[in-house]
Design a protein around this ligand. Structure first.
Ligand code: SAM
Length: 244
């Protein structure tokens, strides 16, 4: 998969994308992520890419021309899906991440200042996504959130697939609590079952914990799964036992 990030701050993105799991995945060729500076397409000698908003008001607006030219250059003759990161978009979910991870060519557009001229959104944007109901100074962090969440679902990026299929939000449950060494820390002990070596008991305990946690913290996820008929028999049993 190739992901292109169109940004005014490519170094900011590269700093994140060169480290840890994503950095290794890129180095191993498991995902091709490139950052392109929109300013390189300013088309004027001052490299200016923003201007005052028509109608007045505070802040600056990114001009449509440089974004359009940058996108055309990056896209070439590929068929890309262009996502503009904006607090006005649909909120990103793990479900959408799974779908986007099936695509071959994604382009992520980062806004800055007051955002981007509406006409370029109408002209080239396929989808608008938000990472939550709050406002950041720019689209770089949202684009990195998206690139990270997609990349970790690509084959080979994580050591094994359980690493994400068992995680919160992959299905309808939050993940069970995790523990590591030492077995006792500040008078707090690791639950005995996890040290038992009995994989059947461990699996059952983890499922019970996941159901319990989801009920406590995000009952809406369980209600939606129940309505959609997505609860497994084991999950239904745990819920029934808990109620009785
Ligand atoms: N004036 C815009 C509005 O009220 O909708 C907000 C602009 S924001 C200060 C600048 C840029 O940050 C946006 O163009 C967008 O790319 C990015 N951004 C800020 N918050 C975001 C969020 N929650 N999700 C995705 N992108 C966001």
């Amino acid at each position: 998969m190739r992901i292109d990030i169109l940004t005014l701050f490519p170094d900011m993105c590269e700093a994140f994308l060169s480290e840890s799991i994503i950095g290794r995945a890129r180095a191993a060729g498991l995902v091709d992520i490139r950052c392109t500076n929109i300013r390189d397409y300013a088309g004027n000698k001052h490299n200016r890419v923003d201007d005052y908003p028509y109608g007045g008001g505070t802040g600056m607006v990114m001009q449509p021309g440089p974004i359009y030219d940058c996108y055309q250059a990056v896209r070439g003759d590929r068929d890309c899906h262009l996502i503009y990161l904006t607090p006005q978009g649909k909120t990103l979910t793990q479900e959408r991440v799974k779908e986007l991870a099936q695509m071959d060519d994604l382009v992520l557009l980062c806004g800055h200042y007051e955002g981007v001229d509406e006409r370029v959104i109408e002209e080239i944007v396929d989808e608008e996504l938000s990472i939550g109901d709050y406002v950041l100074t720019g689209g770089e962090l949202p684009a990195l959130v998206l690139a990270d969440s997609i990349s970790r679902m690509l084959p080979g990026v994580l050591a094994n697939e359980d690493a994400f299929t068992e995680e919160s939000h992959y299905g309808h449950l939050l993940e069970y609590p995790q523990y590591t060494r030492p077995p006792e820390w500040r008078d707090r002990e690791v639950p005995e079952v996890l040290l038992s070596g009995d994989h059947g008991r461990v699996d059952r305990w983890r499922l019970e914990q996941a159901v319990e946690r989801t009920l406590e913290r995000r009952p809406d996820l369980l209600e939606a799964a129940e309505e959609a008929g997505e609860l497994t028999t084991e999950e239904q049993d745990i819920l029934r036992d808990r109620k009785s």
